[in-house]
Ligand binder design. Sequence first.
Ligand code: ASP
Length: 346
Amino acid sequence: MNTKLPRVLVLHTGGTFAMVLDPKQQATKQDKSILAMLHAQVPELSRIAEIELKLISNIDSSDIDSSLWSQLAQTIHNSWEHFDGVVIIHGTDTMAYTASALSFFLAGLTKPVVLTGSQRPLSELRTDARANIIDAVELATTGHPEVMICFDSVVYRGSRVTKRSSEHLHAFASHHTPPLGHFGVHFTVNRGLIKPAVAKPQRHQPSLDTRICEQVFVLDVVPAAPLADELIQALLNNYKGILLRGFGVGNLPLANKSWLHLAEAANKKEIPLVIGSQCQTGTIDLQSYENGRAFARHGAISGQNMSLECMTLKLMVMLGRGVAYDSRHEFFATPLASECGEVLQQ
Ligand code: ASP
C-alpha cells in the first residue's frame, strides 16, 4: 500500500449507484460487497487515494431520515483524524437534502465532504457512476473544506444545490450561485467562491451539532384551491414548523382567507411559518405586495433565496436547536453554511 496517497473514507448509503438493472430495466438492490464491486469496476481509485469503505445503509434515498443524517455526521466526526476527505455514495433523489443537513451539522469544516451517486448503476456498460466516483474521490483529496456534491463533472456547494432531472445525466443544478468547480481536462475551481484548501496541520475537527426536528410540513400552494379548516387544525396539532411555497417573490392567495387563517393561527401558537417560492430563481420579498405583507404581519418568515431542500433543513435545524420564536427571522436570514445571502451571477 502506498502510504503517501491521501486517505479517503467512502460511506455508502444506497441509491442507484450499486444497484443492478433486471431484465425489465428496473433498478434493484443487490447484496454483493460494494467494496468488491468498487475494486472490480473502478480499480483506478487506488491510484488516487487509499480508500476505506463503510456500509452505512443500502436504501433508496427516498427513505433517508434524520437518524441517518446524524449517523453520517457522527461517523465523519468520529473518523476525522484518519482521513483527508470523505465521499458519500447516495441516491440522487434526496442527495441535496442530505448535503444541506451535513452542511448545518458539521460547522467549521476543514476537509472536503463530497456526495455523489449516479443515474445509471455502476455495473452497466453505459454508466455515469464510474466518472462520478473518480471525480468525487479526487475532489475529496483537494483539501477544499466544504460539503459538496460532485456530479457529471460539476462541483456544487452542498447548501446550494437542487436535483433538476431524473432523465439527464446532468442531474443537478446550482441554486442562486455558480458551481464551485468543474472536472474537464483539468479540475478548475471558481476561486471567488470555493473555500480555499486548508493545510494539513490546520485540519482540526469540525464542531458537530445534529439537533434536528423532523415535524415540518411542506406544501406547494396553488391558486383557487383553499385549505380546509380540518387541514389547518391537523397542521397546527401535528407539526412544529410549516413551509409554504407560494408564487413569485413569496405571494400567497389572500381573497381566499384560509391561507391567512393558517398564518394567523400558527403565529398565535408560535409555530414558525416559512414562505418560499415555486420560482427557480429570485429572492423572497414579503414586502413587495400586499399578498406577502399580510403574511409578514402575521409573523411569516422569508425563505430568502434558499433552495427548497436547504430551506426545509434550515427549518428542521432551527426547531431542533430550540431557537426562540422571536429569533426566527434572524436565524433564517443569517447564513450558517453559505446557504443564503448575496446572490452571485450564474
Ligand atoms: N431512487 C434512487 C435514489 O435516490 C435514484 C438514484 O439513486 O438516482 O436512491
